[in-house]
Design a protein around this ligand. Structure first.
Ligand SMILES: *Cc1c(COP(=O)(O)O)cnc(C)c1O
Length: 386
């Protein structure tokens, strides 16, 4: 099926699930923990829902198809998905991460995996020479986000995959900000793709979920083993919701991006804005790489207001746009990375990579773009001091 379906159709029909019992159009919610067996040593397809569940399996086949992977895996959160992937490594290994990955990714490495002897080092993966220089023989993986959270830094994913392969390391991409509709890292040479499906894939801010897609039978077997052994699986109802969300990904994403492009252009000409980060703008860092490896610049924008504007007042004044953690839902959200998503990163590191106290991150929703601009314009005006 995947060989001749375009992504728009695969979002709706991919992962082929056939209901031979009642021929339902949608994948049913198999809300069951276990399955009756008819003989011992019968080696049944379904035995226990941590190991396998038909609703979750349909979702796993879908993400594998969308990302062009050998196999897919669904977890109870993006962090559970990342934890399963990081469980591939052992004491003495080192994981290199981009300098502004999701705060929780840094935290789980620094506070949890470090206790087990898995080292982690930060490298500016947007600078390939700096990345190469950071590699030593203990590096077993390079984990990148592109665009990276929250400065939308672009990393050349094909080059990182090549560098990783040259050094015998795995290349892992957190594709949450792009989704397979805009960017497919496995096709660019990566070994593993991770998603917080809580964001665009779910798309409606109503569930927490994580997905993994891998290339090759060996990785598929190893992640499958870890998923069953450690057990951070996604429940059948959330798997159903996620399949439902993914069906509309293409239409939602098109509207998200159309709105984001318009808002980025408006912010660019706004005198109150000191710095603007949006990979869809021609003058943005990595714009040419982004054009090559992704469909467009996505729908996340970060910006800083000039001196004389009080960010606290800005966050208090937005009305249509909600102040909240998370991103990728149909509703627009703003957040303050320094005190929210990236608070677990020490301030000196935050400042050194540009996640300043005046940085605002905007997840552009699919509302009317005039309404969004009107809300932002008013909040910026109110935040002006004096
Ligand atoms: C939200 C997020 C995560 C963590 O996912 P959860 O579903 O919240 O556990 C990981 N990576 C990125 C880029 C994210 O935005």
């Amino acid at each position: 099926m995947s060989n001749y379906l375009s992504i728009e159709s695969a979002l709706i029909h991919g992962g082929a699930f056939e209901d031979s019992l009642v021929h339902s159009v949608n994948v049913p919610i198999y809300q069951t923990s276990t399955y009756q067996q008819f003989e011992i040593e019968g080696n049944p397809k379904w035995e226990y829902s941590r190991t396998g569940n038909p609703t979750r399996a349909a979702l796993e086949a879908l993400i594998a198809e969308l990302e062009g992977g050998t196999a897919g895996f669904a977890f109870g959160s993006g962090m559970a998905a990342l934890t399963a992937v990081l469980s591939l490594f052992q004491s003495g290994d080192k994981v290199l991460i981009s300098s502004n990955v999701y705060g929780g990714t840094y935290r789980v490495l620094d506070k949890v995996f470090k206790q087990f002897g898995l080292a982690c080092a930060i490298a500016d993966t947007s600078d390939l020479a700096a990345l190469e220089a950071a590699i030593d023989p203990s590096v077993r993986a390079i984990l990148v986000e592109s665009p990276a959270n929250p400065l939308l830094t672009i990393t050349d994913l094909a080059s990182v995959a090549e560098i990783a392969r040259k050094h015998g390391a795995l290349s892992i991409v957190d594709n949450t900000f792009m989704t397979p509709y805009l960017q497919r890292p496995l096709e660019l040479g990566a070994d593993i793709v991770v998603h917080s499906a809580t964001k665009y894939l779910g798309g409606h801010s109503d569930l927490i979920a994580g997905l993994v897609a891998v290339k090759g039978a060996e990785l598929a077997q190893r992640i499958g083993f870890i998923q069953n052994a450690t057990g951070g699986v996604l429940g059948p109802f959330d798997a159903f919701l996620l399949i439902r969300g993914i069906k509309t990904l293409a239409v939602r994403m098109d509207r998200h991006v159309e709105n984001a492009e318009r808002i980025a252009q408006w912010l660019q000409t706004n005198g109150a804005v000191r710095r603007l980060y949006y990979p869809g703008l021609p003058n943005a860092q990595g714009h040419d790489i982004q054009r090559r490896q992704a469909k467009n610049g996505g729908a996340m924008i970060s910006f800083e207001l000039r001196e004389g504007y009080d960010v606290r007042k800005f966050f208090r004044s937005v009305q249509l746009v909600a102040l909240a953690e998370s991103l990728g839902g149909v509703e627009s959200l703003v957040c303050h990375p320094a005190s929210m998503t990236h608070a677990s990163i020490p301030k000196h590191i935050r400042d050194s990579v540009g996640i300043t106290d005046s940085l605002i991150r905007l997840s552009v929703g699919i509302e009317d773009s005039d309404d969004l601009i009107c809300d932002l314009e008013r909040a910026i005006a109110v935040s002006r001091e004096g």
